[in-house]
Design a protein around this ligand. Structure first.
Ligand code: FPP
Length: 249
C-alpha cells in the first residue's frame, strides 16, 4: 500500500469513462458517435499516462450492467476494443505497455475474446505501463467469483480458513497483481463508483471531472493528477500522525 502523506505520482489510475452518450446527444448525433469519439480519448489518455510514467492504468470499457443496453449499442461497444487493438497495438508494443484484462471474458463474443487474448499475448513481456481493460466487468461479481475459487480451494484442502487474510483474498481476484487504486477518475460529472473495482478502491482518491469522456485528454489527465498531488492521504491516521511520519522519512 502507498504511504500516508502527500502523494507523488499515483501508481494506479483507474478511469470510469462516462459521458459518451451525452457528448453525442448534445451535438444532435447518435450515441454511437460518442463511443467512437471515446476511443480517440482512450488513445490520448493511454499515450499521456505512459509518457507520465503511470504504472497501471485501468479503463472501465464495458460493465456487466452494460449488457442490458440496446443490442445495436452493445454490438458497437464490443467492436471498439478489437478496432483499438488493430490500430494501436504497434504503438502499445513500442511503448512496452502490457495489456491485461479483468471481467467475465467467457461472456464476450469469441472474436472479441480472440483479439483480447492476442493483444495480451503480444504484449506479455511489456515492462512499461500495465494497461488493464475492464470488459464485461462488475466489482461485486469479481468478489463473488473470488469467494467461489476460495471455497473450491478450501474443499480440496489447498487453503485453510485461518490463513485467509486480505493479501490471500486479493490473490483470488481476476488480476491478482492489480495494485490498490490510488486515483479513481470519473468523467461526465456524476459522483458514483458504479460497481467498479470495489475491492481495489478502498483507499482511492476520487476525482470527478465535468468533462464528457470524448473531451477528456492529456490536459484533463494532468489536472486530475495535480488534484491528486494536492491531497493528503491518511489511510485512517490523523493529520498530525501523517505530518510526523513525513518528518521522519
Ligand atoms: C459510458 O458512457 C461509457 C461506456 C458504457 C463505454 C465506454 C467505452 C469507450 C469509451 C470506448 C472503449 C474503447 C476501447 C478501446 C476499449 P455513456 O454511454 O453511459 O454516456 P452517458 O452517461 O452520457 O449516456
Amino acid at each position: 500500500m502507498s504511504q500516508p502523506g502527500p502523494p507523488a505520482m499515483p501508481r494506479h489510475v483507474a478511469v470510469i469513462m462516462d459521458g459518451n452518450g451525452r457528448w453525442a446527444e448534445r451535438r444532435g448525433q447518435p450515441r454511437s458517435d460518442g463511443h467512437r469519439a471515446g476511443v480517440e480519448s482512450v488513445r490520448q489518455v493511454v499515450r499521456a499516462a505512459s509518457d507520465l510514467g503511470i504504472g497501471w492504468l485501468t479503463l472501465y470499457a464495458f460493465s456487466t450492467e452494460n449488457w442490458n443496453r440496446p443490442k445495436a449499442e452493445v454490438d458497437l461497444l464490443m467492436k471498439l476494443p478489437e478496432e483499438y487493438f488493430e490500430q494501436e497495438l504497434p504503438e502499445v508494443i513500442e511503448r512496452r505497455c502490457r495489456i491485461r484484462t479483468i471481467g467475465r471474458r467467457d461472456r464476450l463474443p469469441p472474436s472479441v475474446r480472440r483479439s483480447l487474448e492476442d493483444a495480451m499475448t503480444r504484449t506479455q513481456d511489456g515492462t512499461g505501463m500495465q494497461l488493464v481493460f475492464a470488459l464485461s466487468y462488475g466489482g461485486r461479481g469479481e468478489i463473488v467469483e473470488a469467494v467461489r475459487r476460495i471455497v473450491r480451494d478450501h474443499e480440496v484442502g489447498r487453503i485453510d480458513v485461518d490463513s485467509l487474510d486480505e493479501k490471500l483474498f486479493t490473490s483470488y481476484l481476476d488480476e491478482p497483481e492489480l495494485p490498490d487504486v490510488d486515483l479513481l477518475i470519473r468523467t461526465g460529472g456524476e459522483s458514483r463508483v458504479s460497481n467498479f473495482l470495489l475491492w481495489q478502491i478502498a483507499y482511492a482518491e476520487l476525482h470527478v471531472s465535468e468533462c464528457m469522456w470524448p473531451d477528456f485528454g492529456r490536459a484533463q489527465l494532468e489536472a486530475a493528477l495535480a488534484d491528486f498531488q494536492g491531497r493528503e492521504r491518511r489511510f485512517g491516521q490523523t493529520s498530525a500522525q501523517v505530518r510526523s511520519t513525513r518528518g521522519k522519512s
